[in-house]
Design a binder for this molecule. Structure first.
Ligand code: NAD
Length: 374
């Protein structure tokens, strides 16, 4: 069986909405995967998809991922995501963003949007001119660029993975290979350098590499060499699906811990890492710092509280790896089990009607935050 409802059923979505606007060319899909833990929150990705089906699959996969990420991070948020079909450098306009913002608004707080690939903090500011259901902007209590907090969370998760590996917690003198020194990779390099780690880096843009070399000092390798480079920790901070049948046999690291989303190409790759004795800190567990950061806006953003919450990624990774050891299952499965456990408990304790209550809780908080910002 195939078709949209088949996909919705297999991914377990509550709602998927399609939006089209002839004048601005907007073609958007918003996926609300789950509101069991609270209103769904997740970024909007603008991408030149090959066809509508590809865009739909992406929004379904990404929004389901957000449910798991929020659950494991202990947030009272559900999973949602949006995609806009188009080239962000050519097709985006302020008018289009406003139409998208109105589409978000029409869901009445079931979905809160944020930044993702192809979107900027400025775009969120534009969207916020027509809806309050958008976080990660630069004004009205907006938290701005989340990548510093994402990097801080990855740094915490690395320490937990190190402890679980029996190597202690200190990064002093360890060699860490960073794939991609963009927003997150750059800040991660900064934390690691301050902790005394030796860096080896790669990126497809020489000026990004140069910046890290000048500021923190690092060895440089080509994008292809990063997998086989000698290191203690490999930190993927660029692309998804980079842990696969081609790359896993090349790895010389003891730990994989980085910010990239969807690092495992297939489920089997998680088993392959496990069988090779490489500790994998599951992507959505270790890269939740950005979500924690934007989500904090809903309670009135406080950077000290956010740092405290993000530093708990250390505990999350510890818990995941302990479960993995205890049950002799790969860490990605242990993370899924923990996330599902919290969702299941919430499903049992919160009856169907409480979803409305959760949303009105959110709307009350939003009103309070708006009053405070005015
Ligand atoms: P970014 O675009 O700023 O940085 C990515 C870097 O990777 C760029 O410098 C790019 O040139 C480089 N790159 C691309 N292809 C490469 C390749 N083949 N080899 C080496 N380098 C390559 O993105 P970002 O915001 O730093 O995010 C990095 C990853 O972390 C992404 O997968 C993103 O989805 C994920 N993530 C980011 C955040 C966040 O707060 N920004 C939060 C959660 C997850």
């Amino acid at each position: 069986m195939t078709g949209i409802f088949y996909d919705l059923n297999s991914y377990g979505h509550e709602q998927v909405s399609f939006f089209h606007d002839k004048e601005t060319g907007l073609k958007a899909i918003i996926g609300v995967h789950s509101t069991v833990l609270g209103p769904s929150l997740g970024g909007c990705r603008m991408w030149k998809y090959n066809d509508d089906q590809e865009a739909l699959r992406d929004v379904l996969r990404l929004s389901r991922g957000m449910t798991y990420k929020a659950s494991l991070a202990g947030l009272n948020l559900g999973g949602g995501k949006a995609v806009i079909i188009g080239d962000s450098r050519q097709d985006k306009s302020d008018e289009m963003l406003k139409v998208f913002g109105r589409a978000v608004d029409s869901l009445g707080g079931r979905y809160i949007t944020a930044e993702d690939v192809g979107m900027t903090v400025r775009d969120i500011d534009t969207i916020r001119t027509v809806t309050h259901h958008a976080v990660g902007g630069s004004n009205e209590g907006g938290s701005g660029d989340p990548s510093v907090m994402t990097a801080f969370g990855v740094f915490q998760g690395m320490k937990a993975a190190l402890k679980q590996s029996g190597m202690g917690e200190s990064l002093e003198g360890l060699r860490v290979a960073i794939q991609g020194v963009g927003n997150v990779g750059y800040h991660l390099a900064s934390y690691l350098s301050a902790a005394g780690a030796n860096l080896v880096i790669t990126d497809i843009y020489p000026n990004q590499v140069e910046k890290v070399v000048q500021e923190f000092g690092a060895d440089i390798v080509s994008p292809d060499q990063i997998y086989s480079t000698n290191c203690d920790i490999f930190a993927p901070c660029a692309l998804g699906a980079i842990l696969n049948a081609r790359t896993i046999p090349q790895l010389k690291c003891k730990i994989v811990a980085g910010s990239s989303n969807n690092q495992l190409e297939t489920e089997k790759d998680g088993f392959d890492l496990f069988n090779r004795g490489i500790i994998y800190a599951p992507d959505y567990a270790i890269n939740a710092g950005g979500l924690i950061n934007v989500g904090a806006e809903l309670d009135g953003y406080n950077s000290k509280e956010v740092m405290d919450k993000v530093s708990k990624i250390y505990n999350t990774i510890n818990k995941v790896l302990e479960r993995s050891k205890k049950e002799n299952i790969p860490p990605h499965q242990a993370a899924d089990a923990l996330a599902e456990q919290r969702l299941e408990e919430a499903r049992k304790t919160r009856k169907a009607t409480s979803k409305t209550e959760l949303r009105s809780e959110y709307l009350t908080k939003l009103n309070k935050a708006m009053t405070a910002n005015n």
